[in-house]
Design a protein around this ligand. Sequence first.
Ligand code: PLP
Length: 404
Amino acid sequence: MYKINDNYLKLPGSYLFSTIGKKVNAFATANPDKKIIRLGIGDVTLPLAPAVIDAFHKAVDEMAVKETFMGYAPDLGYEFLRSAIAKNDFEARGVKIDIDEIFVSDGAKSDSGNIGDIFSVDNKIAVCDPVYPVYVDTNAMAGRTGVFDAATERWTNVIYMPCTAETNFAPELPAETPDIIYLCFPNNPTGATINKDELQKWVDYANKVGAVIIYDAAYEAYISEDDVPHTIYECKDAKGCAIEIRSFSKNAGFTGTRLGYTVVPKELKCGDVSLNSLWARRHGTKFNGAPYITQRAGEAVYSPEGKKQTAEQVAYYMNNAKVIKNGLESAGYTVSGGVNAPYIWLKTPNNMTSWQFFDYLLEELNIVGTPGSGFGPSGEGYFRLTAFGTYENTLEAIERIKNA
Ligand SMILES: *Cc1c(COP(=O)(O)O)cnc(C)c1O
């Protein structure tokens, strides 16, 4: 008789966004005349940039011709893309990353979930609270957590690092020593960042205690302040302790076409075992590459036109972020984020719970956002709005809130 992976049975309830989806659908069905504005899910809305679309078209045409047809991609990804990444995302920041340290993938969600494959089940993880749920749930699936305690809304055997208003929504070094530390800056859901000196403290700490940092930099393109690091490898000795995960989703709108990459430096070793070779083995065995056409489109993100056009898209979203932040502040809300990230993290008014505020916004103002408590217990009493909507809808939503 076969057995299932019963770690899956430990996972609590339904995924945050399916709960939200059900509530919104029920409301929409009962109120067909109401115009609902969605500032909830972190998905982009602008179409792919012209330079990206041109590259897609060209690559599709290549696939139609015997001489230029492409089959399986190389394990790590095409060299043209990895070279563009090394040059633009790292060399331009004064960081040397070799192209065989870059692993092209179908996105940061898969990589942040799959990276656990190369680590023992015995490792103890540390995560921010609130947190992007993928880090915790994938570790639970792997059996690296204890059990979920509904009362505390926390897993046993997981180190939580509360990110609260008192710490500017940044984590503090944990009292208990972790083996694997998940960090995401600029942060989803809070929109918070830490500066280079602060990130250096984490790198020094990880090197000191022998921990590895999984650094999710999916929102790097949204950084607007000078002292915020664009890659963890700007920090000294980070190559000895950090894996960095990147995505083309939020900077270039690839949420539907799928492209990301992970950097595993060759210097990163556990004893004398290279994590780079473990991840290469994992990648080569369980993954057959992002599509050629998508990698060509990703390359176009780094062309002069691609850079300009995707920067305009980011600027469009960041203008929305400003509209939300300023509007909420003038309506008397306590707000953070929205400066280096497309997320605005607001304190719910009148001590409402996150879900009470969700229901209020949906039912009274027909606006959808995301309850902070869905990202962890320290998110209770907070709420996330995203800047990924259209400018017009964002403006209208904020007018509704101001006039409420
Ligand atoms: C959106 C997001 C990702 C994204 O991933 P893709 O799978 O590349 O679309 C990764 N990490 C965080 C924190 C995100 O918000």
